[in-house]
Design a protein around this ligand. Structure first.
Ligand code: SAH
Ligand code: SF4
Ligand code: F3S
Length: 459
């Protein structure tokens, strides 16, 4: 039987869809296909901003016809939007053809819910309150070789005033360090070459005591796993990012010199209203120690414009932060009020026309900075981990250690290899170049790329 999964939202959700695929395979859905050919279609939704929800609504609605033609097709909706208060009912009302609804606290019961639906005509809907559980028992079907994601924690305790995540994901639950490390070891053994540790706020790992060690300790232990691989982690919260973590990054070559550190705003007044619990000065001091220890470290960020009461002066402070922090890129968002959050009830909501005008100015600045950072790579050699083949460009692609996409032509499949790319051209966020294949004098085979800068000594 065939399955099809549609994923919205963050990397957590992308990885959770791999777990959903694992559950479906156990139920006998053994082949991933297009929606048209599928026997079950699962929507793994996001509710971080209104447009994420609208996107899902549109795509679910579009299934009405297919569902009429294929009576046995099962349509399931899960993820953050399904978990949101009142949304499961709304979904069923808007789209009566939905067969299964599940939330973020009962991902692992998806299989049972599908069985329940197969046995009866009635839709199987189950949204549970927080159970404090993790999905440790679910084996994912990984779809991103040579990259792999590993949850180190679930949930979020921070209640940033604009954010819905703590409401739909529950409180922080850390996985035991030994389980995380065992997963990393087995992934490296299986040949995965880049591992990203995942959490909404990785720096507060072990806040519940369940991890058994701090985040810097876990990071160092993961980086000490034998084998040739790269390590990344996300997301870091500036209120908890420490110099200790930066020192671990510096000491361990496997950890990529790249940090995603969402700033959200450059204005202290707005940061305080956002309940972010750091100041612009603290944020910049973190970037300063990071760059002192790792001079080539690239910093990326998330920024929100048009938060309630944001003035032109506040916005100017965000623009100046972009320059001062020298971000190499940024995800930029227009503030979207989320029902139930503190900010949605604040006075001083900003008009859409002002928000739009501000985001355009911000995007222009960020793009210019991204181009400048990429342009500096031209003429250099960067290490690319090849991820995929881009049919449109007719080129292989992968990321360098700083997280930039690099493209090159090759007449053989290079996916999963580390390639030293001599950068000849930079175009926005992407680099283009030629693999530098130094041939070994003695036997004419391709040189061991462990001799290139930025690589670990072990293969
Ligand atoms: N846990 C991460 C981010 C999770 S959500 C962190 O704390 O940084 C990813 C990004 O979405 C956030 O960093 C924020 O920039 C943005 N975001 C969250 N809620 C939003 C909202 N209501 N409107 C606009 N952007 C939002
Ligand atoms: Fe949302 Fe803040 Fe938690 Fe990130 S840290 S998920 S922005 S509440
Ligand atoms: Fe991620 Fe969206 Fe949920 S950003 S945690 S999928 S609300």
């Amino acid at each position: 039987m065939n399955y099809h999964i549609v994923t919205y939202g963050c990397q957590m959700n992308v990885h959770e869809s791999e777990k959903i695929a694992g559950i479906l395979r156990e139920k006998g859905y053994d082949k991933e296909t297009s929606a048209e050919e599928a026997d079950v279609i699962v929507f793994n939704t996001c509710c971080i901003r209104e447009n994420a929800e609208n996107h899902a609504f549109g795509n679910i609605g579009a299934l009405k016809k297919l569902k009429k033609q294929k009576k046995d097709l099962i349509v399931a909706v899960g993820g953050c939007m399904a978990q949101e208060a009142g949304k499961a009912e709304l979904l069923r009302k808007k789209f009566p053809f939905i067969d299964v609804v599940f939330g973020t606290h009962n991902l692992s019961s998806l299989g049972e819910l599908i069985d329940r639906k197969r046995r009866s005509k009635k839709a199987a809907v189950e949204i549970l309150g927080e159970r404090g559980e993790t999905e440790d028992g679910v084996a994912p079907v990984r779809t991103s070789y040579p990259n792999a994601w590993v949850n180190i924690m679930y949930g979020c305790n921070n209640f940033c005033s604009y954010c819905i995540v703590p409401y739909v994901r529950g409180r922080e639950r850390s996985r035991r360090a030994e389980d995380v490390l065992a997963e990393v070891r087995s992934l490296v053994r299986e040949g995965y070459r880049e591992i990203t540790l995942l959490g909404q706020n990785v720096n507060s790992y072990n806040s519940d005591g369940n991890g058994g060690m701090s985040f810097p300790e876990l990071l160092e232990a993961a980086a000490s796993v034998e084998g040739r691989f790269r390590l990344r982690f996300m997301t870091s919260h500036p209120k908890d990012f420490t110099e200790e973590a930066a020192l671990v990054m510096k000491r361990n070559e496997k950890i990529c010199p790249q940090l995603h550190l969402p700033a959200q705003s450059g204005s202290d007044r707005i940061l305080s209203l956002m309940n972010r619990r750091y100041t612009r000065e603290k944020y910049l001091s973190e970037i300063a120690f990071l760059r002192r220890h790792i001079p080539d470290c690239e910093v990326t960020t998330d920024l929100i414009v048009g938060f309630p009461t944001e003035t032109e002066e506040d916005f100017q402070e965000t623009l100046s932060l972009v320059k001062e922090a020298d971000f190499s890129s940024a995800f930029t968002f227009v503030y979207s009020p989320r029902t139930g959050t503190k900010a949605a009830a604040m006075d001083g909501q900003i008009e859409e026309s002002v928000q739009k005008e501000r985001i355009m100015r911000l995007v222009e600045l960020v793009n210019a900075q991204t181009r400048a950072h990429s342009a500096r790579c031209v003429g250099k050699t960067v290490e690319i981990l090849v991820e995929d083949y881009d049919e449109k460009r007719g080129m292989y692609l992968g990321r360098d250690r700083h997280g930039r996409m690099g493209y090159f032509a090759s007449d053989r499949n290079r996916v999963g290899e580390f390639v030293a790319l001599r950068v000849t051209k930079a175009n926005g966020v992407s680099l283009y170049g030629e693999p530098e294949e130094i041939r070994r004098e003695e036997n004419g085979t391709i040189a061991d790329d462990a001799t290139l800068p930025g690589n670990q000594g072990e293969v």
